[in-house]
Design a protein around this ligand. Structure first.
Ligand code: ADP
Ligand code: ADP
Length: 228
C-alpha cells in the first residue's frame, strides 16, 4: 500500500532529513515509527502526505506515484488518509457531532450518509452521549476520541497518527490504543509516530526505527528500543 524506494529529502539548508530510505508498508499493517527527535519521522509523514517533495526517490501509495499527482489531485489524495495529531485539532466552535460531520461535508457526502456515519463513529469511540458538547467541555482523552472518529468518518484505508497519546495520561492513552487496535483489526492500516515506550513495548506491533534519516531497524512484533 505504501512503498518508499530510495527516498532522500535534503532541506534547503542542506540538512539531510532522510537518506535513501526504502520501506514497504502493507495493507492491514500496524506500524510504529520511532526514533530520537530530529530523526526524520515528521519528514517521512510529510512526504507521504505530499506536504513536501523528495529530493530523490519514488513514493508509491495505492499504486499511485505521489510525485506525479497534479496540484488539483493533491487535496483529494490527502483526504484519502485519516490523520490524528497530538494536539487533537478540533474546531472549537463546533460540537462533537459537527466536528465529525464537517469532515464528511468537505467530501460532499449526503446528509443522510453523514447522519448515519457520524452516529456510527460516535458509538465506536463511546461518545454518543456527548454528541452535543463542545471540545472544551471534554477531557483530553475524549477529545482524542472525537479526533479519531473524525479521522475515520470517511473510511480511510490508512490512518496516520502523530504522537496521538502524547498529551494523555497513561490510562487514557491505553483507551486510545485499544481503539486503534480494534480499528486495525477491522482492516485499517495504521502508521503511528510515537515516543510512548510503554505503548510500543506492550503492543508488539511492527516497529520501524529511524535515526539521522536512516532506517536502522524494522521488526515485526518489535520494541521501542530507546530509554527516553
Ligand atoms: P523546504 O526546503 O521544504 O522548502 P525550508 O528550508 O524552506 O523548507 O523551510 C520551510 C519551513 O521550515 C520554514 O518556515 C523554516 O523556518 C522551517 N524550518 C527551517 N529549519 C528547520 C528545522 N531545522 N526544523 C524544523 N523546521 C525548520
Ligand atoms: P522528527 O519528526 O523525527 O523529530 P523531522 O523529520 O522533523 O524529525 O526532522 C528531521 C531533520 O530535518 C531534523 O534535523 C530537522 O531539524 C530537519 N528539518 C525538518 N524540517 C526542516 C525544514 N523545513 N528545513 C530544514 N531542516 C528541517
Amino acid at each position: 500500500m505504501i512503498k518508499f524506494s530510495n527516498v532522500s529529502k535534503v532541506y534547503k539548508n542542506n540538512h539531510i532529513a532522510l537518506s535513501n530510505v526504502s520501506v514497504t508498508i502493507n495493507r492491514g499493517d500496524f506500524v510504529f515509527l520511532v526514533g530520537p527527535s530530529g530523526a526524520g519521522k515528521s519528514t517521512f509523514i510529510k512526504l507521504l502526505l505530499r506536504e513536501i517533495e523528495p529530493t530523490s526517490g519514488e513514493i508509491i501509495v495505492n499504486n499511485v506515484d505521489v510525485q506525479k499527482l497534479t496540484r488539483k489531485q493533491i487535496p483529494m489524495y490527502r483526504r484519502s488518509f485519516g490523520i490524528v495529531f497530538q494536539d487533537f485539532r478540533l474546531l472549537s466552535d463546533k460540537t462533537v457531532y459537527e466536528n465529525i460531520a464537517f469532515a464528511m461535508q468537505i467530501v460532499e457526502a449526503s446528509s443522510r450518509d453523514i447522519k448515519k456515519r457520524v452516529n456510527q463513529m460516535l458509538s465506536l469511540v463511546g461518545l454518543s452521549n456527548k454528541a452535543n458538547m463542545y471540545p472544551h467541555q471534554l477531557s483530553g482523552g475524549e477529545q482524542q476520541r472525537v479526533a479519531l472518529a473524525r479521522a475515520l468518518a470517511n473510511n480511510p484505508k490508512l490512518l496516520i497518527c502523530d504522537e496521538p497519546t502524547g498529551n494523555l495520561d497513561p490510562e487514557t492513552a491505553w483507551g486510545i490504543m485499544e481503539l486503534l487496535n480494534d480499528i486495525n483489526l477491522s482492516g485499517t492500516t495504521i502508521l503511528m509516530a510515537t515516543h510512548a515506550k510503554d505503548v510500543v513495548d506492550k503492543m508488539k506491533k511492527r516497529v520501524i526505527a529511524i535515526e539521522k534519516g536512516v532506517i536502522v531497524r524494522d521488526q515485526q512484533r518489535g520494541v521501542y528500543g530507546y530509554e527516553d
